[in-house]
Design a binder for this molecule. Structure first.
Ligand SMILES: C[S@@+](CC[C@H](N)C(=O)[O-])C[C@H]1O[C@@H](n2cnc3c(N)ncnc32)[C@H](O)[C@@H]1O
Length: 268
């Protein structure tokens, strides 16, 4: 992964997490996979390894290839495609499956995967429509996201960081890039039946080694420090956000904020 040039240890942690996830899923060699919200391709690479030389991963993302830091989506994809897994991957950026020009035959894929991308969607309605749109294209859904419900007090900083970002977005100050629509596992389970998918399993995912707690605290405090984004909030919401940011500063530690756990849901 190109991001390993910046932080080899950090990339290893992220890739190990995704390797453990995909190993717990039933993705056989030779499978075809549609991955939504592939970003820099951290999960794409692991999926490409799982499907083997006879399989194929179509990895889509609505973002421009110039999006992302410290490595853009385009730079990361170029590196992956030039490597040994490249022939199994078809990256398609600036691609939103809700665009009517994006279409696949029914049953074109064995699996559709969403890995740590659903909180980046602009709304739950968009996620619902997206899940419904891909339903005819694949037999099975594998969905993984952070679990909003903390299991211990030292996850409070990560929880607050995502809730504050979600409130800023929900109150009408839309951004791009960071968490936009955090929601609970229960909310996903309520939403799935209306999309044509039937949840059939899943469970908790260990995220203890991941650095995302620290990253989200930093992203949230940056956002709260942005006068433009804060100015566009209604006064009562701004006050609520600022108070929660005070709590976040008080409970967050410099480094090592324990991340929320993750969960997987699989559906047919
Ligand atoms: C955290 S990043 C990439 C996560 C990646 N799947 C992984 O495992 O590392 C989340 C991605 O979700 C994408 N995203 C945002 N809205 C989306 C949508 N409506 N449909 C699909 N992807 C979306 C963003 O462009 C971003 O690249």
């Amino acid at each position: 992964m190109a991001a390993a040039d910046h932080s080899p240890a950090g990339q290893l942690i992220q890739t190990r997490h995704r390797a453990a996830l995909v190993a717990s899923w039933d993705i056989a060699p030779g499978s075809t996979v549609l991955e939504l919200g592939c970003g820099q391709g951290d999960t794409t690479a692991v999926l490409a390894e799982a499907v083997g030389p006879g399989g194929r991963v179509v990895a889509v993302d609505p973002a421009d290839p110039s999006y992302g830091s410290p490595v853009t989506l385009g730079e990361s994809a170029d590196r992956l495609v030039a490597g040994p897994l490249g022939s199994r991957i078809d990256f398609r950026f600036r691609t939103d499956v809700l665009d009517p020009s994006v279409d696949f035959p029914d049953g074109a894929f064995d699996h559709v995967v969403l890995a740590h991308c659903s909180w980046y969607f602009a709304s739950l309605a968009l996620l619902r429509d997206t899940l419904a749109r891909v339903r005819p294209w694949a037999r099975r859904l594998w969905f993984t996201e952070w679990d909003l419900t903390p299991t211990s007090g030292d996850q409070t900083a990560h929880l607050l960081a995502v809730l504050i970002q979600g409130q800023i977005e929900a109150a009408g100050s839309p951004g791009v890039g960071n968490v936009r629509t955090p929601f609970s596992r229960e909310e996903l389970l309520r939403l799935l039946p209306g999309t044509g998918w039937r949840a059939e399993g899943g469970g908790p995912v260990d995220t203890g080694a991941l650095q995302d707690g620290d990253w989200e605290v930093a992203a949230c405090l940056d956002l709260v420090g942005s006068p433009e984004r804060m100015a566009s909030l209604p006064e009562p919401v701004r006050r609520l956000v600022l108070s929660q940011a005070d709590v976040l500063r008080a409970v967050a530690v410099e480094r090592g904020n324990r991340p929320l756990a993750g969960y997987t849901v699989t559906a047919r």
